[in-house]
Design a protein around this ligand. Structure first.
Ligand code: NAD
Length: 501
């Protein structure tokens, strides 16, 4: 399917395209689509309908071993790793162009696979393509260094690719998270093995075909669908993998660090979970607009967002009014058919995640928080949960501390700026935080004190390919996007040349 149709597609257009879609289900190893060696498959289920979309190859340790050996051979042979940066750039720009051409198909695969609204999936494609273009364009502008050693030696500081990079990614933004990992790793000259989430493998497999069409040499980009405890673990424990680039939960991130320690001390970049605080001070000018943004900040993508603003901290002087405005805003954010461009929220990714969110809602009620909206799931085969808002949440409650990864907002009150900052920082996580205020002194003070990789002032989730994205504390240690992520995928080598007369 090409991008010939305009972006102004209707619900019926998307339904028709979905019915015509051909889905690749096999792993991409070496330069070919193949079944898992075991012959095992797993089902990809559309969570909005309960229909099985495909039976996908379920790779395991044997497939991982084969892919790692092929990736290593490709790296050592140098068809990509030693190709000039300018030539790599040309291939990656062609890859980005192909993604652009097939943007609608890729977006559709993500929407069918994990339930997110089609408008949101299309937005993700824009981010993914921009990421690939950015790193392609950057790679032939990255210089090495000559160290200031003095006249009797030349100290060269060279940048070299790491070798074999395994990218293990989650399901909430399947293709965009993939692009954030593979674009800088490929640009830097590495061989990359992608392990998509077992909950959203389809767009990654389509991507493999586009990579081949763009001209990436055999073994440089391979895709292994399958489960974390099988193929993911095998990659993480492999002696042939030099770097794990991971996005996912904090619990799995901790396991990957252990696997690295048990094997070859591969470097591990982690982008993990969050429980992000959004601070609303009483001096905000337009509380209706702030309430709308605060609702979007948690309910976008069904709350299945690492930087979901799941803790809303509101000055007690305006809290009651503000929560009323929040309820009004959330009314317009009800879940609907993900293929309808008008839907703001879609379906939860699978029954496990759906049940987990409902269990948290039950715990919130049991722990004494006040349920102000939502709270119960819709009937039917689709896994839909409406925007759910709890007021009167305290830090000791599970819904106030733990990452739910669903459309559940916990509202806290505060009386002073000091208390707001302390509440915000009282978390294992440090991914994102928001400050809403008109007072520039306060904005500067609070932004500096928040323990967070991102601080958004009078907006939520403002971002661009040019700025780094990542967390502190148990939200991780890596940075996606910007030239900082490109640097992560190369090593510094010193060449010391004696200049003896
Ligand atoms: P997850 O940790 O369950 O899975 C992520 C990936 O790791 C999947 O591909 C999975 O198969 C694999 N995996 C699981 N166990 C493994 C193991 N033992 N060894 C190797 N691989 C293993 O996370 P998820 O449910 O897919 O995604 C949701 C989580 O991702 C949330 O915590 C969310 O906050 C986080 N996330 C973070 C960011 C960020 O940039 N910080 C972005 C998106 C999502």
């Amino acid at each position: 399917m090409s991008n010939a149709l305009s972006d102004a597609m209707t619900h019926a257009d998307w339904q028709r395209l979905a019915s015509e879609l051909r889905i690749e289900t096999r792993a991409f190893i070496d330069d070919a689509f193949v079944d898992a060696q075991s012959g095992e498959t797993f089902a990809s289920i559309n969570p909005a309908t309960g229909d099985t979309l495909a039976e996908v190859a379920s790779c395991d340790a044997a497939d991982a071993e084969k892919a790692v050996a092929r990736a290593r051979r490709a790296f050592d042979e140098g068809a990509w790793s030693r190709r000039s940066p300018g030539a790599r750039k040309a291939v990656l720009l062609r890859f980005a162009e192909l993604m652009q051409t097939h943007k609608q198909e890729l977006a559709l695969l993500d929407t069918l696979d994990m339930g997110k609204p089609i408008g949101s999936s299309l937005g993700d494609m824009g981010g993914a393509i921009a990421c690939l273009r950015h790193h392609a364009e950057s790679i032939d502008k990255l210089y090495g260094e000559v160290a200031p050693t003095g006249d009797d030696a030349l100290g060269l500081v060279l940048r070299e690719p790491l070798g074999v990079v395994a990218s293990i990614v989650p399901w909430n933004f399947p293709l965009m998270m993939t692009a954030w990992k593979i674009a800088p790793a490929l640009a830097a000259g590495n061989s990359v093995i992608l392990k998509p989430s077992e909950k959203s493998p389809l767009s990654a497999l389509r991507l493999a075909a586009l990579a081949r069409e763009a001209g990436l040499p055999a073994g440089v980009f391979q895709v292994l669908p399958g489960f974390g405890h099988t193929v993911g673990k095998a990659l993480a424990l492999s002696m042939g993998v030099d770097c794990l680039a991971f996005t996912g939960s904090t619990a799995v991130g901790k396991q990957l660090m252990q696997y690295a320690g048990q094997s070859n001390l591969k470097r591990v970049y982690l982008e993990c979970g969050g429980k992000s605080p959004n601070l609303v001070f009483a001096d905000c000018k337009d509380l209706d607009a702030v309430a709308r943004h605060a609702a979007e900040a948690i309910f976008h993508n069904q709350g299945e967002v690492c930087i979901a603003a799941s803790r809303l901290l509101v000055d007690n002087r305006i809290r009651e009014t503000f929560v009323d405005k929040l309820l009004a805003a959330a009314e317009h954010m009800q879940p609907g058919d993900p293929l309808d461009p008008a839907s703001f929220m879609g379906a939860m990714v699978d029954r496990t995640q759906y049940q987990r969110v409902l269990d948290y809602i039950r715990r919130g009620i049991d722990e004494g928080a006040t349920l102000r909206s939502g709270g119960s799931a819709s009937e039917g085969p689709g896994l839909f949960i409406p925007p759910t808002i709890f007021d009167g949440v305290t830090p000791s409650m599970a819904i106030g501390r733990e990452e739910i990864f669903g459309p559940v907002l916990s509202v806290f009150g505060f009386d002073t700026e000091e208390e707001a900052v302390a509440l915000a920082n009282d978390s294992d996580y440090g991914l994102a935080a928001g400050v809403w205020s008109q007072d520039i002194d306060r904005i500067m003070r609070v932004s500096r004190r928040l323990q967070s990789g991102q601080v958004y002032v009078n907006n939520w989730a403002g971002m661009d390919q040019t700025v780094p994205f990542g967390g502190v504390k148990q939200s991780g240690n890596g940075r996606d996007k910007s030239h900082h992520s490109l640097e992560e995928y190369s090593d510094l080598k010193t060449v010391w040349i004696s200049l003896t007369p």
